[in-house]
Design a protein around this ligand. Structure first.
Ligand SMILES: C[S@@+](CC[C@H](N)C(=O)[O-])C[C@H]1O[C@@H](n2cnc3c(N)ncnc32)[C@H](O)[C@@H]1O
Length: 396
């Protein structure tokens, strides 16, 4: 029997060290979902100059350029092994660039998988290209495929829709590259960002599902899976990377760190936001009656700071000291008016503190939502807060 290189006490994080081609077939478990970030075969090993500094373009021997035949044989072998491990209706995601992704797509079709989507992961903060003879590389491609034509797979359409601000989620995803906040335990030359795995895992798995990564590297898939209550099995040939994965897994044993990682991982630059605003009961009632919400304009604590990203604001949550919270849709996304105290008084309000107010008109029909973050504050003056919309729904 195959013995793990590492396993947590509750077996929610299991690692095997060695060649995926030899180990995959021996894994005695059916898998709900596979994420694979295989070699792209793009490292040339050549020296080049980047920003005036000589560097070697080399992720490791596992990523060396190869002939189309070698790339095809490699992809076909591991994809065939993965298919045997997948449950019926299970799905697989494979990342790549033009160097490997066409081969992956062809192999998937030949092996009987059904391709569902080809996601374009656009990285808005991609590094500048090493050459001035080409467009900058700022995307990777991720193929999502089902084990076979039938049975159907699971897709959390509603959750993806809410992450996309209430519209059907499209297949171009704007997600920044791996941040320093997720590299606290060391570096892997091809580490994926947790934010990518967060979206992938939520889109097609349930809590308690088992997720496999046959090229686990620093175990990004495993960390995201465990943070979201999914079980993980990872394989990598490099002990050095598995050790990094173990350090990352130990890091999230600390509840505060896990909470912080989960919050960072769920941040989504595309996601719309909610203005969380406190008002006294009589003011709150009048705001709902008139369909306008207001805050002081200026530097004081109860005012709203208008920073870049404000245009993503689509909702307002009105509450009184954390109670009686109701969510409403703003009439126009990301715009506001400035009213004087007198104008507000003419509308029946009784503003006390300032000369100018930021006014946001909203549709007074409340919107249902499953959960909300803690909005109680211990201080007297409530700060208006901007929160991501995903704070107001369940993530199961
Ligand atoms: C692109 S990296 C994966 C990075 C990973 N997604 C992460 O976030 O850290 C590919 C990994 O596959 C491993 N690898 C390459 N060929 C392998 C093989 N035949 N068997 C097992 N691991 C392999 C490499 O050691 C490398 O860590």
């Amino acid at each position: 029997m195959l013995s793990p290189y590492y396993q947590t006490a509750n077996a929610d994080f299991t690692l095997y060290q060695g060649d995926t081609m030899q180990l995959l077939g021996q894994i005695d478990k059916k898998i709900d979902m596979i994420f694979a970030d295989p070699p792209y075969f793009l490292s040339s090993g050549d020296d080049c100059v980047f920003n005036g500094t000589p560097i070697r373009f080399d992720k490791g021997s596992w990523d060396r350029k190869a002939t189309p035949e070698i790339i095809n044989n490699f992809n076909k072998s591991w994809l065939a092994l993965c298919r045997e491990k997948l449950k019926d209706g299970g799905t697989i995601w494979i990342s790549g660039t033009y160097h490997n992704i066409y081969s992956v797509a062809n192999c998937l079709t030949e092996l009987g998988y059904k391709i569902l989507n080809m996601i374009v992961w656009h990285k808005p903060d991609a590094h500048p290209s090493l050459t001035v003879k080409l467009f900058n590389f700022s995307a990777e491609y991720i193929i999502w495929a089902r084990k076979s034509e039938k049975p159907l797979h699971y897709f959390n359409y509603e959750l993806m829709k809410s992450l996309a601000g209430g519209k059907q989620m499209q297949d171009v995803w704007e997600i920044p590259t791996t941040g320093t906040w997720e590299k606290t335990c060391g570096r892997h030359p091809a580490q994926k960002t947790l934010r990518l795995l967060y979206r992938i895992l939520l889109s097609c798995t349930h809590e308690g599902d088992t997720v496999l990564d046959p090229f686990a590297g620093s175990c990004t898939t495993g960390i995201a899976a465990n943070l979201l209550g999914r079980k993980f099995i990872g394989i990598d040939q490099a002990e050095e990377y598995l050790q990094l994965g173990i350090r990352r897994r130990k890091e999230i044993e600390d509840k505060v760190t896990a909470e912080k990682m989960l919050r960072k991982m769920s941040e989504n630059p595309e996601e719309v936001t909610v203005l969380v605003n406190h008002a006294r009961p009589e003011t709150r009632r009048l705001m709902i009656e008139k369909g306008i919400c207001y805050l002081r304009a200026g530097e004081s604590e109860g005012s709203l700071q208008v920073t870049p990203g404000f245009e993503k604001m689509r909702y307002v949550l009105l509450h009184t000291n954390g109670d009686e919270a109701q969510l409403f849709k703003l009439k126009k996304a990301g715009t506001f008016q400035i009213w004087t105290k007198e104008t507000l008084q003419a509308h029946g309000f009784n503003p006390e503190h300032a000369t100018y107010y930021i006014v946001l008109p909203f549709d007074p029909t409340p919107i249902e939502y499953k959960k909300q973050p803690n909005i109680k504050q211990r201080i007297n003056t409530y700060r208006a807060k901007i929160r991501p919309l995903s704070d107001f729904i369940g993530i199961k």
